[in-house]
Unconditional design. Structure first.
Length: 389
């Protein structure tokens, strides 16, 4: 049954996307590890970490496109789920430091020793084990999304009101995590990581493996999204997006469908955050900033809402542009450029890069089919009917 679902959900474009990501996930680490320094085909370690960050952003964009592009839920707070997954992984990495910290405490992280904490808070228990941290990466964002969605969707909060509430949620978490007494490092967050599953985080081999895992996670997330949107469930989600009241009138429990896809999307964002933290080396409350969530929505809009491939492409393109323009004299104007990009895409490319290209290709295909039909009709001697006399 599972192979049938995957085969049915993969068209030519989706198969090409999976193969390209798989090739990138293998070739870039091999180029970094096997080719000598100075070779024109050798990818430096810092670029491996940078592109690994882009891949994590692509997973986040996929999670947003799943709920916005196919279900019509515009979340302006999805960065909260991304950050919660990152904090869950950061807590595990902090527990792995042990006595190698600045203060040499085998149990308490350095920031707790600095703040004169006498014992480890109860919610830090279990994070010395990787399996527990991996479980929390899924459970914490998923549970928050389930509780939030259950309250919001049962109350039939939709549209701009839901977007504002999600933004308020992530801003509340931002303020909470900024507090030193909250137990997550306050303004400085969690950093100075040493090991992950016994491997040095800074080692070239570890960074290459993290990049490969990020690409694998992107492929899995993409396959899950494709399996959903091409199934009967996906048809119902699209119906909810286009005509929610009519879908409810037909007997579908719209709230249940919304709650399921919203919770799944939050878990995907949490996985993206967990892979992001060891590659970047830090997680702090700034990841909860509402501007980050809004920027992620722009990635999806630029790439193409409701295309999945476009969402991932938009995340990579916009973040590459951000890296390029913020490293030069245009750095102070990046936010203005990002806003202008969003306005231009909305006015000139409302379907995004991939959506516009797909529409153009379908138009050309339809025109070619019509031309072939007319040519065949002329060859057979069949012309337009004469007007009635």
């Amino acid at each position: 049954m599972t192979p049938h679902i995957l085969t049915r959900s993969l068209d030519r474009a989706a198969t090409a996307f999976v193969l390209i990501i798989a090739a990138i996930g293998v070739l870039i680490p091999l180029s970094n590890l096997l080719l000598p320094q100075g070779s024109m085909f050798q990818v430096p370690t810092y670029l491996v970490a940078l592109w690994g960050k882009y891949v994590c952003y692509a997973i986040l964009a996929l999670s947003i496109d799943l709920i916005w592009g196919y279900c019509g839920i515009l979340s302006l707070g999805h960065g909260a789920f991304f950050a919660l997954g990152g904090y869950a992984m950061g807590m595990y990495l902090m527990r792995q430091i042990g006595s190698r910290g600045v203060y040499g405490n085998p149990i308490l992280p350095d920031f707790m020793v600095f703040l004169n904490w006498s014992k480890l808070p109860w919610y830090w228990y279990g994070f010395d084990k990787f399996w527990f941290a991996a479980l929390m990466v899924l459970l914490v964002p998923g549970l928050l999304a389930f509780c939030f969605g259950w309250l919001a969707f049962r109350s039939r909060v939709t549209g701009v009101y839901l977007s504002i509430i999600t933004q308020a949620m992530t801003y509340a978490l931002l303020l909470a995590f900024f507090r030193n007494d909250f137990g997550f490092g306050g303004n400085n967050g969690l950093t100075d990581f040493k090991d992950i599953i016994g491997f040095n985080v800074q080692a070239e081999g570890t960074r290459a493996a993290l990049f490969l895992l990020s690409c694998l996670a992107l492929i899995i997330a993409f396959l899950i999204c494709r399996a959903i949107v091409t199934s009967k469930l996906g048809k119902v989600l699209i119906a909810v997006r286009d005509a929610e009241s009519r879908t409810r009138f037909l007997g579908y429990r719209v709230e249940s469908y919304k709650l399921f896809v919203f919770t799944l999307s939050a878990c995907m964002a949490g996985v993206a955050g967990a892979l992001y933290v060891p590659q970047v080396g830090i997680i702090n409350p700034s990841e909860f900033a509402p501007a980050n969530s809004i920027e992620a929505v722009i990635w999806v809009a630029v790439g193409g809402r409701g295309t999945l491939v476009g969402a991932a492409l938009g995340a990579v393109v916009v973040n590459y542009a951000k890296t390029f323009f913020t490293s030069g004299p245009l750095a102070p104007y990046w936010l203005f450029m990002l806003g202008a990009l969003f306005i231009l895409v909305t006015l000139l490319l409302p379907k995004g890069i991939v959506g516009t290209f797909s529409s153009w290709r379908e138009t050309r295909r339809s025109a070619a089919i019509a031309a072939d039909r007319d040519s065949a009709a002329r060859e057979d001697g069949v012309g337009a009917p004469n007007p009635a006399e």
